[in-house]
Design a protein around this ligand. Structure first.
Ligand code: NAD
Ligand code: DAU
Length: 358
């Protein structure tokens, strides 16, 4: 077993940031298994496309033969599962894909990893890790006065997306308790940064603002999210992989709660500075639209455990991270153009045309 890892979903937003950093930091070989759904994009990996430490394989995590063959050939010391359907609004429109990938796909992946791990020698078995990348949404919704989510909070998922992630977290937990497999789970808050697909709030607002389109706020914009720069999420995952206690879960967050309206105002003000309009402010494009059904009011992460036990802290504040992000989008307009053609246009029609303006 050399220093090789398997990453699933490594052509998506967080997965590609993780794989790029892993290879550029010289941490070893990555076998990147991704189905390349609408959310997966090889352009996200352009900087490492010629690197011998990056091997890309287009496949479904539920494709048992391919997964088994990869594990046998590369003998990884860890498997990190980022692959998922990840957009809450899509899970409301068509939950089937979420059940298929996030629950059934994770189950098939776990079965193949179990077969591989069971056949390892005792030393390799002890050193192996399966790290499951999950979300704070499994804990449900907080009121304004509730304490932030701790690892001990009960699971109360409210959307088909969060319910499917909760189910996969439970499978991972069960494979540790039943089979003794060396599992780690991370539950992170909202990420932002490079390669974020413009169906999600921050990149959608930047894209729409620059194209003179409405900036759609669901409901009254008072919903609260905790925002973490994607590279900080990646550094936390590396730290959990390196030093996390087997069978444990770790909450990851930025101690940075903001209302959606606060986020959109910040983006408008930054764009007003970086790329001023001929007249007026980008804030003039803000439009209140029909709320997301079952919209969770507030998420907040208590990241004390990972900070205290593993010594991890985010490197970016929201101010520094959002500056980098806005600049990245201004500098990568051709990436945005490529990902906003075709299927993207259909999704925008499906999601926003039916929403009445409030
Ligand atoms: P994403 O939608 O940008 O990327 C998902 C990737 O998984 C894509 O490359 C896609 O092609 C791939 N994929 C989807 N189905 C697959 C399948 N059946 N087999 C193989 N590959 C498949 O998602 P993201 O925002 O990068 O999220 C990555 C992980 O992190 C997810 O598990 C998500 O639940 C979790 N997470 C995301 C956030 C966030 O703010 N984006 C926060 C916390 C946790
Ligand atoms: O909390 C972690 C989760 O964060 C991840 O598990 C998910 O994969 C990720 O997509 C993200 O989920 P959210 O639903 O919080 O992210 P999204 O960017 O879709 O929405 C952020 C907030 O902005 C949410 O309260 C809904 C609101 N929103 C979103 C869109 C797309 C709007 O007001 N208007 C919009 O057009």
């Amino acid at each position: 077993m050399d220093n090789c890892i398997v990453v699933t979903g490594g052509a998506g937003f967080i997965g590609s940031n993780f794989v790029n950093a892993w290879v550029m930091l010289g941490l070893g070989k990555v076998i990147n298994l991704d189905k390349l759904t609408y959310a997966g994009n090889l352009e996200n990996l352009a900087e490492i496309s010629d690197d011998e430490n990056h091997v890309f394989v287009q496949a479904d995590i539920g494709d048992k033969e391919t997964v088994a063959a990869l594990l046998k050939q590369h003998q990884p010391k860890a498997v990190l599962n980022f692959a998922a359907e990840s957009h809450v609004d899509r899970s409301i429109h068509s939950p089937g894909e979420f059940i298929q990938t996030n629950i059934v796909g994770t189950f098939y992946l776990l079965e193949e990893v179990r077969a591989y791990w069971s056949a390892l020698n005792e030393d390799a078995k002890r050193d192996f890790r399966f790290l499951h990348v999950s979300t704070d949404e499994v804990y449900g919704s907080l009121t304004a006065d509730d304490p932030a989510f701790k690892e001990t909070n009960p699971y109360e998922p409210n959307s088909p997306y969060s319910a499917s992630k909760a189910a996969s977290d439970h499978l991972v937990r069960a494979y540790h308790h039943t089979y003794g497999m060396p599992m780690l789970t991370t539950n992170c808050s909202n990420n932002y940064g490079p390669y974020h697909f413009p169906e999600k709030l921050i990149p959608l607002v930047i894209h729409n603002a620059l194209n003179g389109k409405d900036l759609p706020i669901y409901g009254n914009g008072s919903n609260v999210r905790d925002w973490l720069y994607v590279e900080d999420h990646c550094s936390a995952i590396r730290r959990v992989l390196e030093a996390g206690k087997i069978g444990e879960t770790y909450n990851i967050g930025g101690w940075n709660e903001m209302t959606n309206l606060g986020v959109v105002h910040t983006l408008c003000d930054m764009l007003d500075q970086a790329q001023p309009k001929a007249s007026g402010s980008y804030r003039d494009q803000i439009t209140y639209v029909q709320d997301r059904p079952g919209h969770d009011q507030r998420y907040a992460i208590d990241a004390t455990k990972i900070e205290r036990e593993l010594g991890w802290k985010p490197a970016e504040t929201f101010e520094t991270g959002i500056q980098k992000t806005v600049q990245w989008y201004l500098n990568h307009q051709s990436w945005v153009e490529h990902v906003t053609s075709g299927e993207y246009k259909k999704w925008i029609g499906d999601n926003y045309q039916a929403r009445e303006k409030a």
